[in-house]
Design a protein around this ligand. Sequence first.
Ligand code: ATR
Length: 288
Amino acid sequence: MDGNAVSGRTRVCGVIGDPVEHTVSPAMHNAAFAALGIDYIYLPFRVRKEHLGRAMDGVRGLNIRGMNVTIPHKIEVMAFLDEIEPLARRIGAVNAITNDDGFLTGSNTDAGGFIQALLEHGAKPAGRKAVVLGAGGASRAISFALAEKGARLVILNRHPERARDLARQISDLSPGIEAGGLSEEDLSAAMRDAEILVNTTSAGMTPEASLTPVPVGLLRPGLTVFDIVYNPAETRLLREARAAGAAVIGGVDMLAWQGALAFEKWTGRKAPVGLMKQAAMRALGHEN
Ligand code: ATR
């Protein structure tokens, strides 16, 4: 919203992280508040690790309506909340907090945002074979979400033991989760009948934009390729997937959807997700 329009009734939301300078969440949320004409503002807060508890007291004390949580606080923040939604608890990470009169509820809208972006592109995960590359924090949220939605999962990671670890932790949600490495052999075996491929690794992210985690020969029509990297907007993986006739989804879609789901919790209004995506693209310096 326009800062000049802040009033005595303005509700405050924001994001905590460290660093927080490069976040595009203020651009997305303030554009959405303005478009809906609602009296909210969204601000960045740099919060150091040792001040996290005090920051949560501040959210209560100042009656801040909602907070996104980013690196490095997504795990530690859970200790300071009153309730954590079941999926967020299973994932072990919270990226959005809603404050109802001092009662703080933690959610994981990264997981839901990923699923929404998939559904928006017509790729229903239920019963589909999905290959997830990477076994870090982002993969954790996405792998849990896919398993919960009934996808048949294969998790592949440069260090295969991390993939096996993650697969074990999810095994009760979906039977027969497979795990492996990123060798061409493991990749081609996993990709043979895959319908969804998700890259959660930083291979292909600026400044390593010349990299791709998947040999081009494994990309084909019938596959939906989702790269959660949003810098660059079109990674080498997505460019090669598109050229090979696959359907492609970029990281800004997940970014916009995770924001949209938090926005809906805080405002009770349907989020203008297309506009939030455009605002994120602009803030990232990408052409629309
Ligand atoms: P995030 O929260 O983005 O998932 P993370 O938890 O640090 O970040 O995880 C990074 C992921 O990217 C890991 O799966 C990592 O693989 P390892 O566990 O083997 O380290 C993966 N990754 C990072 N750089 C990579 C590269 N150049 N090639 C392949 N995988 C890479």
